[in-house]
Ligand binder design. Structure first.
Ligand SMILES: NC(=O)c1ccc[n+]([C@@H]2O[C@H](COP(=O)([O-])OP(=O)(O)OC[C@H]3O[C@@H](n4cnc5c(N)ncnc54)[C@H](OP(=O)(O)O)[C@@H]3O)[C@@H](O)[C@H]2O)c1
Length: 239
């Protein structure tokens, strides 16, 4: 997908990886970027005052908010499903309300936004849907069972949409980062890549036409294990 001249919409663009993705898209020559957030006032002024940036309210769990964004952002050629939440807990003892929140945001929310924007992307084709997934969508780590399951569902949805949109001029791309140094993993002692690096590699991967993107060193290593032996990745991540 050619980033130069594209019109991108990023969910969860007010902080973390989403904010960095907006910057990288602009650096790479996007003509316009819709920086969307649950609270548009939380998008940094340095970004929102850029003439190429339109700030929009978008809560991925709220159908009317998503519909309103799709009615406004009718020139989008690249949807970046980045918004996400993480509730900690094991499969057998985690808080099921948190599991449901993760599923509602990371899986159903991604589908809700994608469905709303497919008509827009089709009208403006060629285009792309870029889903920010995670390495641990492919095999879980301990203490994040609900999150991993929600991202596994989003990974599956990515594959389904890729098949359903084949031949319609819309690429469906999955990015599978390892740990990233953002609020989401604050307080967790783990290897974390800088969000700037992850954003840069996602956008470079999209521009290079990749369908699957491993956007940091840890995920690149684990991704090659997964490609040859998925069970070995499960054993590796389960510790
Ligand atoms: N951090 C990691 O280690 C890591 C690793 C792999 C993949 N990822 C994925 O990368 C993406 C970005 O995460 P991050 O690390 O940047 O986390 P973050 O710093 O916690 O940011 C999460 C973003 O998602 C937004 N969001 C949450 N619920 C939303 C909703 N219902 N509607 C719209 N926006 C919503 C948040 O907005 P508010 O400010 O309104 O809460 C925030 O902008 C997520 O999909 C995450 O799963 C993260």
């Amino acid at each position: 997908m050619n980033i130069e001249g594209s019109v991108a919409l990023v969910t969860g663009a007010n902080r973390g990886l989403g904010a960095r993705l907006v910057e990288r898209l602009l650096d790479a020559g996007a003509r316009r970027v819709y920086a969307t957030a649950r609270d548009p006032r939380s998008v940094a002024a340095t970004v929102s005052t850029d003439p190429r940036v339109n700030v929009l309210a978008l809560d991925v769990t709220d159908q009317s908010s998503v519909d309103a964004a799709a009615k406004t952002a009718t020139d989008v050629t690249m949807l970046v499903n980045n918004a996400g939440v993480l509730g900690f807990g094991g499969a057998l003892d985690g808080d099921l309300d948190l599991f449901q929140r993760d599923v509602a945001t990371n899986y159903v929310g991604l589908l809700r936004v994608s469905r709303a924007f497919v008509p827009v992307l089709t009208a403006n084709a060629p285009g792309a849907i870029v889903n920010v997934l995670t390495l641990i969508a492919l095999a879980p780590v301990g203490g994040m069972a609900g999150y991993c399951a929600s991202k596994a569902a989003a990974h599956s949805a990515t594959q389904s949409m890729r098949a359903e949109l084949r031949g319609r001029g819309i690429e469906v791309i999955g990015a599978y980062p390892g740990g990233i140094d953002t609020d989401m993993l604050a307080g967790v002692d783990a290897d974390k890549a800088a969000p700037e690096v992850v954003a840069e590699r996602i956008i470079t991967g999209v521009a290079a036409g990749r369908t699957v993107i491993w956007p940091d060193d840890a995920s690149a290593g684990a991704g090659s294990v997964y490609s040859t032996d998925p069970l070995a990745l499960e054993v590796m991540l389960a510790g």
